[in-house]
Each structure stands twice: as structure tokens, then as C-alpha cells.
Design a protein around this ligand. Structure first.
Ligand code: HAM
Length: 416
């Protein structure tokens, strides 16, 4: 037998049963976002590597360890996107979307790629639904993002969720906090992992995001950024929390939350469900990114939901669509019947034809095994009488359906 090729490590197939859940989640998320004025944008999966180096940050694990980087035939150094915020900002600038609306709300959905160690809830290709707001500096925008996430998650019947929140401050706050944190970490330097020892020299805040247990132990005692926030950042944070309270959002302050990407300023947040350690969604404000990528000063904020994680955690019953199976007995019935069937099909109703020739008994056995309840049969007799014979597999009843009334019959079955 020929060698079977398997999916690449860390990449997986989402099979039809699971896709039904994904489609339900997507449609709830898209409808919610549209209702808040977000419009969909589609950006490429491949970008220049430097876009991510300059946005996500050269000291982040994502850029240092997890990028899929390659040269194309034109010697361009490209990367599969590890996230889409950078691409959306690039597109926002490239198409000067800031000239069109004062506040621009965009959403997107698609696969992201990170060369991470595959494990439960962690894949090398994973799927995000994300949202970005450009042009608004008020904390109400940050709160709006959380309200949207809460609405989506509640529509999915999830109640055991919490938002972890923090402020990483503005550039000035980050610098003063960096100094304080470095002073605290220096004496414990030898107990930090190799990566954190390098981070100590490069971007010390990244130490807070380290997953190594010995580093986490040290971090537990670290000073918090809260103590060094400037007046503006402090006010922003207070207003943000008041708005969350007003909206009855369930949140928990996590003073060490910095997130794995460098572009954040002020508000950061993550959405957690149940006891799961992995965040289902994450986001925050990034007021400097647009200008750092060559655009005008533009405050911005956003989030991304990890679909793989969310869909694995929700308990969604997706109603199976009714299916009507049509079988043709004999070549003549098949020849004449398919056109009659196709001209009577009704949009949105699942009518599945089986063109294979087998004895009726076998057809019925297959329908039974596959849980199909409604069968239409066309043989030579039926063709002559210009009818399909309908068989209800649940109660064994039968009736004749005229060719001219086929569409009406499909609607009746679907509505029943
Ligand atoms: P992120 O936290 O890196 O943020 O990713 C968002 C979500 O994507 C995570 O909470 C998680 O559910 C999912 N995710 C990340 N990595 C993996 C993985 N290896 N396997 C499965 N799921 C994963 C961002 O990507 C930012 N762009 C979010 C954002 C938008 N911030 C502002 N705007």
C-alpha cells in the first residue's frame, strides 16, 4: 500500500461535526461585532518578517522562537503571521483608512501560525477571531471590547468565565517599572532561566510572561506596575474598571499580567474559562503601534479569541439539520429523475441524492445506519405516475408526492 501522508505536527483538521460548532460560534461572534459597528477586513497570511519584529517585539517568544520564516523566490524574507493585529495595522495605514472614519472598527477571522510546542489547546496552526478599534483613546473603548467578549461568551451559554486585567502603563511608566523590576530581579539573577537572564538585559517586562516554574516563583514577590503608573494611566485604569463595574463584568485584577506581545500600553486583559490555565482570548490597548509602524499618532485597542480553545471548552448542542435522502431505482429513473429533483430543490433545505444503484433494501439499511429519517424513492413505476414515493423512516408511513408538489413537500418537511 502507498504511504499515507499525515497532517503536519501541530496542525489539525477540523472535521464536519466540529465545524458545525465553529460555524455557530463564528456567526454569533460576527453578528455581535457587526452590531457594535465592526466591519470585516481580510488580510494576507504572509507578511514581511519585519512587520512582526517591529510590532510583536524582537524580545517576545513569538518572534524569537515561534515564527515560521522563509525566503520566497524573490529573496524576500517573509513570515506566516503569528497574529493579525500587526497585519490589520499595516492595512489600516497602507489604505489610509484613518482618512475615512474618525473611529475605525475592524474584525477578522483566520488561521495564525506559531512554532510552539504542541499540547492541549496549543497548536502550530490555530484560528482566531479578532477585533481592533482605531482612533479612540477613551477607556470606554477598552471596556466595549470586554463587553463584546462577554456578550459572545454568554450567548454560547458559558457562565464560569472571568476577565483578568491589568495596566502595563504608557512608555514612561514602562521605563520606571522596568528599572524597579530589574533592581528586584538582579539579586535573583542566577535562579532565573537562561531566557530570563537575557530578558533582564533586553526587555525586562518579558520576565513576567515567563512560563518556567522557578521564574514564576521569583515573580510572585516582584513589585507591581500599579505603584509607578503616571496620573494619566492611573485615571485611564480607574475609568476602565468603573465602566466594567457598571456593565456588571466579572473581572479579576492580575498585577503581573503583561501578555506575550510588546505593543501593549495601558489596558491589557485575558479571558479565562473555568479552571483552564490557557486564556481563551486576550487583548488590550496599543496606543503607539500605529505610529511605530509609520502612521499618524492613533490610539488603538483590540482582542483576539482563540477559536480552538473556545470551541473545545463550550458545551454547544448544534441541532442536526433535517436531511431528505433521494434514491433512484434503475437507470431510467435516475436519468429522468435527477433533473426533476434539481429543479425542485429549495435553498437552505438539505436534500441529498444517492446516485448509486443498489437494491432498495440496501438503500434503506444505509439510511437507517446514517440516521436519515426522510426518504424519497423514484423507480420506473413512480416515474410513470409522475410521483416520488416518500418513506418516513421514523414511523414507517408512506405517501405519494407529485413532481409538481416536490418543492412544497420539502418545505413542509423542513418546517415540521
Ligand atoms: P494572543 O494572546 O497571542 O493575542 O492570542 C489570542 C488568543 O489566541 C489566545 O488567548 C489563545 O486563545 C489563542 N492562541 C494563541 N496561541 C495559540 C496556540 N498556539 N494554539 C491555540 N490557540 C492559541 C494576540 O494574538 C493579539 N493579536 C490579540 C490582540 C488583538 N491584541 C490587540 N488586538
Amino acid at each position: 500500500m502507498a504511504e499515507q501522508i499525515k497532517a503536519v505536527r501541530g496542525m489539525r483538521d477540523i472535521l464536519p461535526e466540529e465545524v458545525k460548532i465553529w460555524q455557530t460560534v463564528e456567526s454569533i461572534a460576527f453578528q455581535t461585532l457587526e452590531a457594535f459597528g465592526f466591519e470585516e477586513i481580510r488580510v494576507p497570511v504572509v507578511e514581511e518578517l519585519k512587520l512582526f519584529q517591529r510590532s510583536v517585539g524582537s524580545f517576545t517568544d513569538i518572534v524569537q522562537k515561534e515564527m515560521y520564516v522563509f525566503k520566497d523566490k524573490g529573496n524576500r524574507i517573509l513570515a506566516l503571521r503569528p497574529e493579525a493585529t500587526a497585519s490589520v495595522v499595516r492595512a489600516y495605514l497602507e489604505h489610509q483608512l484613518y482618512t475615512k472614519r474618525k473611529i475605525t472598527r475592524l474584525y477578522y477571522a483566520g488561521p495564525m501560525f506559531r512554532y510552539d510546542r504542541p499540547q492541549k489547546g496549543r497548536y502550530r496552526q490555530f484560528f482566531q477571531i479578532g477585533a481592533e478599534i482605531f482612533g479612540g483613546k477613551s477607556p470606554y473603548f477598552d471596556a466595549e471590547l470586554i463587553v463584546i467578549l462577554a456578550k459572545i461568551i454568554e450567548k454560547l451559554n458559558v457562565s464560569n468565565y472571568v476577565f483578568e486585567t491589568n495596566s502595563v502603563g504608557c512608555d514612561a511608566c514602562k521605563i520606571s517599572y522596568g528599572i524597579k523590576l530589574k533592581q528586584f530581579l538582579e539579586p535573583a539573577k542566577d535562579r532565573l532561566c537562561q531566557d530570563c537572564q537575557t530578558r533582564l538585559q533586553g526587555n525586562v517586562l518579558r520576565v513576567l510572561d515567563c512560563k518556567v516554574i522557578s521564574c514564576r516563583e521569583i515573580i510572585k514577590e516582584a513589585p507591581v506596575i500599579q505603584d509607578v503608573l503616571c496620573d494619566d494611566c492611573r485615571k485611564h485604569q480607574e475609568n476602565f474598571y468603573t465602566t466594567l463595574d457598571d456593565n456588571k463584568i466579572h473581572y479579576k485584577k492580575n498585577p503581573y499580567l503583561v501578555r506575550g506581545l510588546d505593543y501593549y500600553t495601558k489596558t491589557v486583559f485575558e479571558l479565562k474559562i473555568g479552571e483552564e490555565e490557557n486564556a481563551v482570548a486576550g487583548g488590550g490597548r496599543y496606543d503607539n503601534l500605529v505610529s511605530e509602524l509609520g502612521g499618524p499618532e492613533t490610539p488603538a485597542a483590540g482582542f483576539a479569541i482563540g477559536m480552538d480553545r473556545l470551541c473545545a471548552l463550550i458545551n454547544l448542542e448544534v441541532k442536526r439539520k433535517k436531511e431528505i435522502c433521494v434514491i433512484f431505482l434503475g437507470q431510467h429513473a435516475l436519468q429522468k429523475g435527477t433533473a426533476i429533483l434539481n429543479s425542485s430543490r429549495v435553498d437552505g433545505i438539505k436534500i441529498v441524492a444517492d446516485y448509486e444503484q443498489r437494491p432498495l433494501k440496501n438503500h434503506l439499511k444505509i439510511a437507517d445506519r446514517e440516521g436519515v429519517k426522510h426518504i424519497l424513492i423514484l423507480g420506473d413505476n413512480e416515474l410513470q405516475k409522475q410521483i416520488f414515493l416518500y418513506k418516513n423512516m421514523s414511523n414507517g408511513s408512506q405517501k405519494e408526492i407529485k413532481f409538481s408538489e416536490l418543492s412544497k413537500f420539502f418545505k413542509e418537511i423542513d418546517n415540521a
